[in-house]
Design a protein around this ligand. Sequence first.
Ligand code: SAH
Length: 194
Amino acid sequence: MRKLFNAVSFAQYLQKQVVKAGDIVIDATAGKGFDTVFLARQVGTDGHVYAFDIQAEAIMWTCERIREAGLAERVTLCQAGHEEILLHVDRPVRAAMFNLGYLPGASHDVITRPATTVQAVQAVLQLLQAGGLVTLVIYTGHAGGSEERREIEHYAASLPQRQFTVARYELINQVNNPPLVLAIEKLPEERVLL
Ligand code: SAH
């Protein structure tokens, strides 16, 4: 069995360590719904997934996939930009997954953009519980991808070390610009020593 995962599998591997039955989680880029289904299985019957995408096509794909898997009751689909997450989710979340770039098979003009992606991560970090995890799978092979990577990494690298641990996972011997993972873990609240 392979030990060094590709980016998408590594993001799921990390999420599996964190997301448990009963958790509330976010799929910030529903796309074709693979991560939504993955998260819905992880949270069990008592948990819930909020899945966001701006494209009707992505919402339809995801809707069909969760229905086929019998998981629709555990998922709220929001056709909205993830930068508006705080308008739709008002409770603490254990984890969030981002899979950036464009929807495979659809127009490459509709892509995630650095400014709104950073806004969305900021919003998610406000909702994130201590011990919670955010993963971002970042693509650099399309126009605008490298800029997005740069801006997100710049933002993530500036997060305070006392509150967050930020890591990058990347395969470095491959052609065709493989995606990479950024992972942000929120640390337990600091205790104020009196
Ligand atoms: N590149 C991945 C799939 C990414 S899908 C792969 O190869 O598997 C990325 C999704 O993000 C698309 O469905 C797109 O519609 C969505 N998206 C773009 N901007 C968004 C935004 N502001 N908020 C939420 N979703 C967005």
